[in-house]
Design a protein around this ligand. Structure first.
Ligand code: KDG
Ligand code: MG
Length: 412
């Protein structure tokens, strides 16, 4: 049995997604997510022009060999586009293998290590009262762990706060934090680090006073701080006992995390923009982080991400896979099959998809009492309805660009 066809499907049901569908000579299909937010067409071209021609006719069961062939064989290694393309092939081949076996994928990854994957949702508000409403709504929906982001006095819009909360920002529902905006140019935002560092501890103090000490709280600094600013933030949030503080500094400089670590016991999570195990080497070996943020979609697929988690597990570092809306239901299903099987699972980010997205992908995973549970049908348990997808063609969208108050381009 061989790979007979591989289609690159680009559509915008609710937001843009790139999906790879592999079909084998005996008619089994597998899906992989290759969505790179704001750069979708680059990965679609990489797949169509350079990967699909290489995998046609290959033995669909040789997952490891295909991974090595695409990674080492390209000569040009790593990077988000390459690794998302490899991830899509890898995920689709795991989907196919599990369908051949007649088992949900997690069975091939070692079976269940737990009943479900603890998920965290995104609560946000322009101010503290709005944030409290959002936290209450998430608790009512069943979330047992909650990410907290708020507006900052003096700034018009801030990462992580539902776009619709900001007048004229184009959001449609109260809590629809979707950072990519449709249009030919990215939206520009403004950022003030000192205002943020002053404001953040006051928000967490208010949340702890209102919701008590038990609720696991998370926060994303979204790569905006210098190492010493990050250290200061971690220290100032210590009294509020965060589950994690995420992406405190731009991740390229792994050594920066040593400085942060030396100053704070707030747990650190990083890596949603990493693509390989090499991006984590210093962080894991020196125990500078507590959670690995890479998702299946951007880190070379199940084969490669499993290696990162096994390596992290040696140092008691846990998984915390990225799960925003730009990880498609295919990427989310892959995360849940891996997460339920892993020993060192930590938590799963879960930003629910829009109804039109779910209509295309028909995910069988479910959210129940704070846990995400992968489907039990053979494979990943995700479909792709061409008719619905094709009615929603690709529509260019970009993540925002960030500038400091004086106009200097800053990390977003
Ligand atoms: O595509 C970028 C988003 O997925 C990212 O900004 C979301 O930081 C993010 C998160 O933690 O979900
Ligand atoms: Mg993040």
């Amino acid at each position: 049995m061989t790979i007979d066809s591989a289609e690159v499907l680009v559509a915008s049901p609710g937001r843009n997604f790139v999906t790879l569908r592999i079909t084998t000579s005996d008619g089994v299909t597998g899906l992989g997510d290759a969505t790179v937010n704001g750069r979708e067409l680059a990965v679609a071209s990489y797949l169509r022009d350079h990967v699909v021609p290489l995998i046609l006719g290959r033995d669909e069961h040789r997952i490891e060999d295909t991974w090595q062939y695409l990674y080492r064989g390209a000569y040009w290694r790593r990077g988000p586009i390459t690794m998302a393309a490899i991830a899509a092939v890898d995920t689709a081949l795991w989907d196919i293998k599990a369908k051949h076996a007649g088992m949900p994928l997690y069975q091939l990854l070692g079976g269940k290590s737990r009943e479900g994957c603890l998920a965290y949702g995104h609560a946000s508000g322009r101010d503290v009262p709005e944030l409290f409403d959002s936290i209450r709504q998430h608790q009512a929906e069943g979330f047992r762990a909650i990410r907290v982001q708020t507006g900052i006095p003096g700034l018009d819009s801030v990462y992580g706060v539902a776009a619709s909360a900001f007048a004229g920002a184009g959001g449609t529902a109260r809590y629809d934090h979707e950072p990519a905006r449709r249009g030919a140019q990215p939206v520009e935002e403004r950022w003030d680090t000192r205002a943020y560092l002053r404001h953040a501890p006051t928000v967490f103090e208010a949340v702890r006073n209102e919701f008590g000490p038990e609720l696991p709280l998370l926060h994303d600094a979204h790569h905006r701080l210098t190492p010493i600013q990050a250290a200061k933030l971690g220290k100032s949030l210590e009294p509020y006992d965060l589950f994690w503080l995420e992406d405190v500094t731009p991740a390229e400089n792994q050594a920066a995390l040593r400085l942060v670590r030396e100053h704070t016991t707030t747990p650190l999570a990083i890596g949603e923009v990493f693509n390989t195990i090499w991006d984590y080497r210093e962080l894991i070996e020196n125990q500078l982080i507590d959670y690995v943020r890479s998702p299946v979609t951007h880190a070379g697929g199940i084969t490669a991400l499993r290696r990162i988690f096994d390596y992290a597990g040696i140092y008691q570092i846990k998984s915390g896979m990225h799960g925003p809306t730009d990880i498609s239901p295919v990427g989310m299903a892959a995360a849940l099959h891996l997460g339920i099987a892993l020993h060192n699972f930590g938590i799963q980010e879960y930003m629910t998809h829009s109804p039109i997205t779910d209509e295309v992908f028909q995910p069988t995973y479910r959210f129940s009492e704070g846990l995400l549970i992968p489907g039990d049908s053979p494979g990943l348990g995700v479909s792709y309805l061409d008719e619905v997808a094709n009615a929603n063609p690709y529509d260019q969208a970009y993540l925002p660009v960030n500038r400091l108050m004086d106009g200097t381009v800053h990390d977003w």
